[in-house]
Unconditional design. Structure first.
Length: 330
């Protein structure tokens, strides 16, 4: 059987920063063509471990797969997955060549902590953008805080998702017993559908903003986002890993009439430590050269920054990535 591969930012979400970044990329035009691709590529089918079909991971992965397929002349596709933990497991096993992962889940993976029984052989390719914790309820819901979730039917994320990791940690920090919540363990698509039908009272989600599925939901069924207090963010950092920072959802996002405090965590593109250096270099050249095209459909792609991409926290950069970034500096 052939192997299948599949610094702290400013507080709040800067809409103008994304718009400015896209404008800079467009004005720059298409970048220079990639160097000759590594000889390590083959005719095999390569996979990018994405996420749920309504999430930003899947959208970004779809655009990246198309970019890599075109620029490198390889067979690249995106796979729908449960999210960060699932992606890290797939990359570690060789089922996927690349994957998206929250910084906290990636830190657990390399340490063999949390949902990982042993250290995973994963390394960072690039820091991409920040993700934000969403706790979504209907606008007419009586639920106003995390304390109100006790006794309710609320999805804390799908099994093997980074959402589930953060949800459990935040509830712990807020002194809310997760055992008192009826958790159907739904992915984003399932959560959105269930909330529309009023089959659940709310759901947790961690993703870039705007997350496409939630934006679409807000157009047909008005929603609210529950506040995440800074003290809880500090407590999560103290108890688990210093991967989180306080942030805010801006006015207007998902129809919000006021900004809402939340927490943010960085997102990485990861690969196996066994991936050849030349392949990682090729991926990065295509990723940076294709930012303009990717950002047209995935605005968060405009936040990819050469100076920030190297900051992967406790997750080592892949040697091929180190070589690429050093080459850009010289």
């Amino acid at each position: 059987m052939n192997r299948v591969w599949g610094q702290r930012g400013p507080k709040g979400f800067a809409w103008r920063r994304i718009a400015a970044a896209i404008l800079v990329l467009v004005l720059a035009g298409t970048a220079t063509a990639c160097s000759p691709r590594s000889k390590d590529w083959s005719s095999a089918r390569y996979v990018i471990a994405g996420g749920g079909s309504n999430g930003l991971y899947f959208a970004y992965g779809s655009e990246l797969a198309a970019e890599l397929s075109s620029s490198l002349d390889v067979r690249m596709e995106v796979a729908e997955t449960a999210g960060s933990v699932d992606n890290l497991l797939r990359v570690s096993s060789g089922e996927a060549l690349l994957g998206f992962a929250q910084g906290d889940a990636a830190a657990d993976a390399v340490a063999g902590a949390g949902p990982f029984d042993a250290p995973m052989p994963v390394q960072a390719v690039a820091r991409l953008y920040d993700e934000y914790l969403h706790v979504v309820v209907r606008a007419d819901s009586p639920i106003d805080s995390l304390d109100d979730l006790a006794g309710r039917r609320v999805s804390l994320g799908a099994e093997n998702s980074g959402v589930n990791v953060i949800a459990s940690r935040v509830l712990d920090a807020a002194d809310v017993d997760a055992a008192t919540i009826e958790d159907p363990e739904l992915d984003l698509s399932e959560s959105i559908s269930a909330l529309e039908r009023s089959d659940i009272d709310g759901f947790f989600w961690v993703g870039g903003i705007p997350t496409p599925g939630i934006a679409q939901l807000a157009e047909t069924a008005p929603v609210r986002l529950l506040p995440i207090e800074q003290g809880w963010v500090n407590a999560v950092n103290a108890r688990y890993s210093d991967a989180y920072r306080p942030s805010d959802f801006p006015i207007g996002l998902y129809g919000l009439d006021a900004s809402q405090p939340t927490m943010a965590v960085p997102n990485y593109l990861v690969t196996s430590s066994e991936t050849p250096d030349g392949m990682v270099r090729d991926v990065l050249e295509s990723l940076f050269d294709g930012r303009t095209r990717i950002a047209r459909n995935v605005p968060a792609a405009a936040l990819l920054d050469l100076r920030q991409a190297i900051f992967s926290g406790p997750v080592d950069l892949h040697p091929g990535a180190v070589a690429y970034y050093r080459g850009q500096r010289d």
